[in-house]
Design a protein around this ligand. Structure first.
Ligand SMILES: [Zn+2]
Length: 270
């Protein structure tokens, strides 16, 4: 499926669009990962500056990935090392966009999926460092899913009927995932006295449900995979960070992506 209509554009154009969008979204993801935990409003026009020397960064210092690579991971002005976290966030966002392009093709629905990339990557980074999944990113994941359903419905023979039925399924799945994980959270809390699933995790379950729909296979795979990845992260966290409380969000995000790519988009008309 392409958006080219009657005049086919070369495939190269679509790949280039994906790469450029992926780089911009990667830059946006670093802004999300930096600003959200610090309570800096996203709309605020803050000049970027070097945290070491305070020098204002110019456009040429802020080109995603390339600035970091050409400067060898150092500030252009004071040579202080710039962490690898931000180029990694940019790279992960770009990689997700390219994977979505290859898996779902290039379409308006895929553009909605692109919106997932910065939200999920920023979420994973924020959860690793602060052990929170910000509400605004859970809302973004849910909203992108609803937008994808609306856009996909435009392709349906009976668009309003398709939209209604898919929104019904998304709402039911969101409720099922949300309520189910809330029940798990309650059981863990009662049984162990520990908060194994945070409320942010429960909200992520609900948002993931919108994208995964009412498929028993998807739900089973999501639960198994996130549980297994959660155990791996918990063990590594205990060994490396020496903390009992570990971030579960990255396991949920990785499992969600794996199931989404494996099962495809249930609401897309084929
Ligand atoms: Zn500097």
């Amino acid at each position: 499926m392409t958006m080219a209509g009657d005049v086919p554009l070369p495939a190269f154009f679509f790949y280039l669009t994906t790469v450029l969008l992926g780089l911009c979204l990667g830059s946006f993801a670093t802004a999300l990962a930096w600003r959200l935990p610090r309570g800096v409003p996203l709309a605020k026009k803050a000049r970027s500056s070097c945290p070491s020397c305070g020098h204002d960064l110019r456009a040429r210092d802020l080109v995603p990935l390339f600035s970091w690579m050409t400067l060898g991971g150092h500030c252009r002005y004071c040579r202080a090392p710039v962490g690898w976290r931000y180029p990694l966030i940019e790279l992960a966002t770009l990689a997700l966009c390219i994977i979505f392009h290859f898996t779902f093709g290039f379409s308006a629905v895929t553009l909605c999926a692109f919106a997932l990339a910065p939200a999920l990557v920023a979420m994973a980074d924020i959860d690793f460092r602060h052990k929170i999944l910000p509400d605004v990113l859970n809302i973004a994941v849910a909203a992108a899913g609803l937008a994808a359903i609306a856009v996909a419905s435009l392709e349906a023979f009976d668009a309003p009927a398709h939209l209604l039925s898919m929104l019904g399924q998304a709402a039911a799945a969101g409720l099922l995932y949300g309520a189910g994980s809330f029940a798990l959270r309650y059981i863990f809390l009662k049984a162990t006295g520990k908060e194994a699933l945070g409320l942010g995790d429960v909200k992520f379950f609900a948002a993931a449900g919108i994208w995964l729909g009412l498929s028993a296979d998807s739900l089973a795979a999501f639960l198994l995979l996130s549980g297994a990845l959660g155990v791996v992260i918990a063990l590594l966290w205990k060994k490396i960070m020496r903390e009992a409380e570990f971030p579960f969000g990255p396991a949920l995000i990785a499992a969600f992506l794996a199931v989404l790519l494996w099962r495809g988009l249930y609401f897309v008309v084929i």
